[in-house]
Design a protein around this ligand. Structure first.
Ligand SMILES: [Zn+2]
Length: 113
């Protein structure tokens, strides 16, 4: 019944509750349960594009600026269309599969089409 979320720091699932906090056994990160509960899917998990339109799984979007992919020489060009996005949690909340690979992008750099 209790569904312990993966660690927001290292994404490992080796986590356990400790008092009012969750603790990650892998990296030692601790975070409050209250916040984790609010991050569940459903209300409060709305992701909006650059224009404030709500994004959903399966939407198509275009990039509104060039984005350099960290740790690679890849630059995703402005105007690149991404079909069938998938929403994820965290700072980079949109999972985009495109020809160059699969990338986690920030919704604020995307526009729904
Ligand atoms: Zn961790």
């Amino acid at each position: 019944m209790s569904n312990i979320p993966a660690c927001p720091q290292c994404a490992m699932e080796n986590t356990y509750p400790d008092g009012a906090n969750y603790v990650c056994a892998d990296c030692g990160y601790e975070w409050p349960m209250v916040e984790a509960a609010g991050a569940e899917e459903g209300e409060g998990a709305v992701v909006k594009d650059a224009n404030g339109n709500v994004l959903a799984d399966g939407d198509s979007v275009v990039l509104i600026k060039d984005l350099k992919v960290k740790g690679t020489s890849i630059t995703l060009k402005v105007g690149t269309k991404v079909k069938s996005i998938r929403l994820a949690g965290g700072d980079h909340e949109v999972d985009c599969k495109m020809d160059a690979g699969s990338f986690m992008l920030k919704a604020c750099f995307l526009r729904k089409v």
